[in-house]
Ligand binder design. Structure first.
Ligand code: ZN
Length: 411
């Protein structure tokens, strides 16, 4: 058997087995009673419902992963990529770039058709049954159209540029690709809050009142410069609540979901804002960008090792060797590395969450940060006691009990 094919199949199956294992462990770890520290925000009934909710997500996630793995393996083994490549040549035989765009678009659409039913079921069945969903079919479809348009406008020129670099600039191609993508990443950080996110949600400067005054007083005391605090109509899609920090330079802003403002008291909301400011004070945004720069460089370097590799094309049953298809195939080879980088990134992110919590506690008090977190996790039916392996592999935020314990230790 072709060693590349063997490697890709093992990687796909291992990914599926790891998911099976972690979800199995999660299932066995279910509790009968809410943790003592959460009783004020989670009674026995609500806990039972939240467990059922998590169970449904777990089951659907596993079915989805199983189907995606089976379909992907079947597609590779049955020569699906070669079929798409022949089709792309017939449809877009106006040079390598057009053929490449058609080939990648066919593959993206195929994956979309397989994955989309699961997203539909999640939104309109599971999320609706537990009264989280507020997305109308119209919003859902508009999101799809907007997402596809943005992917095409941003993604296609980058894709063409990467193919062009690899075809014309020789051994240094990966460095040019790296430079280009890093520039795009920085540009995106600047324009996402002001140009892209408003396509999906309405952002309104926080109205004058008790909360705004509290935040302004706090920000002045901490000498924190920020353009403005915004509220976002998160309730357009879900009753779940959240808050985040986004942007760089002049575009950086703190955003509170309208659903969060409805659920939490002013001191709790102030603690949440302080947490987001903590991320900024500790320079987590810049550190995150630095990591993305390194990992992007690594990706393109690995890519450069396997571009137009005849054995790799043989593994995917291809008759025609091309640069554009190499990009897709190297993606499969890169999966284990992406997995490891993802775990490292999550580890770091969890540390940063503790740091931001500590910053908020030190500047606004431990109590309001702790109750803000408890409410947030309970209201969103988050898993209060996830398995440590699941946390290690997938969680960008620490479990709530760890966060509350860290706050109490520190305060
Ligand atoms: Zn955070």
């Amino acid at each position: 058997m072709n060693p590349y094919l063997l490697f890709v199949l093992i990687v796909l199956l291992l990914g599926w087995l790891i998911e099976l294992l972690t979800e199995g462990l999660e299932h066995r770890r279910r509790q009968k009673e809410p943790p003592a520290a959460m009783r004020d925000y989670m009674d026995a009934d609500k806990f039972r419902i939240s467990q059922a909710y998590q169970g449904e997500h777990r089951r659907l996630g596993l079915i989805r992963h199983t189907v995606m793995t089976a379909v992907t393996i079947g597609f590779i083994v049955a020569g699906g990529f070669d079929l798409f490549d022949r089709l792309a040549h017939r449809l877009g035989n106006r040079g390598e770039y057009v053929t490449g765009i058609v080939f990648v678009a066919l593959w993206a659409m195929f994956m979309f058709v397989v994955a989309e039913p699961f997203r539909l079921y999640t939104t309109f069945r599971i999320e609706s049954r537990y009264e989280f969903n507020r997305t109308t079919l119209k919003t859902y479809l508009l999101d799809l159209v907007k997402g596809a348009a943005i992917a095409a406008i941003l993604g296609l020129p980058i894709f063409v540029a990467i193919v062009w670099f690899f075809e014309t600039t020789g051994d240094g191609a990966w460095i040019w690709c790296w430079l280009l993508v890093v520039l795009v990443q920085i540009l995106l950080m600047a324009i996402v809050p002001t140009l892209i996110m408003p396509l999906f949600n309405k952002f309104t400067p926080l109205a004058p009142g008790e909360l705004r005054t509290a935040i302004e007083t706090y920000a002045a005391a901490q000498q924190f410069m920020i353009s403005d605090i915004y509220t976002m109509d998160g309730s357009k899609r879900s009753s779940k609540s959240n808050a985040f920090f986004v942007g760089i330079g002049n575009s950086r802003r703190i955003v509170l979901y309208d659903t969060l403002i409805a659920q939490q008291t002013v001191p709790e909301l102030l603690a949440v804002v302080a947490h987001e400011m903590g991320h900024c004070k500790r320079r987590h945004i810049l550190k995150g960008l630095a990591l993305a720069v390194v990992s992007t460089g690594l990706t393109f370097w690995v890519m450069s090792l396997f571009i137009r590799n005849a054995d790799l094309f043989d593994a995917f049953g291809m008759t025609h060797v091309s640069t554009y298809a190499s990009l897709v195939f190297v993606g499969f080879l890169y999966t284990p590395m992406a997995f490891v980088i993802g775990i490292a990134g999550n580890c770091l992110s969890r540390r940063w969450e503790f740091q931001a919590d500590a910053y908020a506690a030190a500047t606004t008090g431990t109590a309001s940060m702790a109750t803000a977190l408890k409410k947030l996790y309970c209201e969103n039916y988050a898993n209060l006691t996830p398995h440590p392996l699941k946390v290690f592999l997938e969680y960008s935020h620490p479990p709530v009990l760890d966060r509350v314990a860290a706050l109490e230790d520190g305060g």
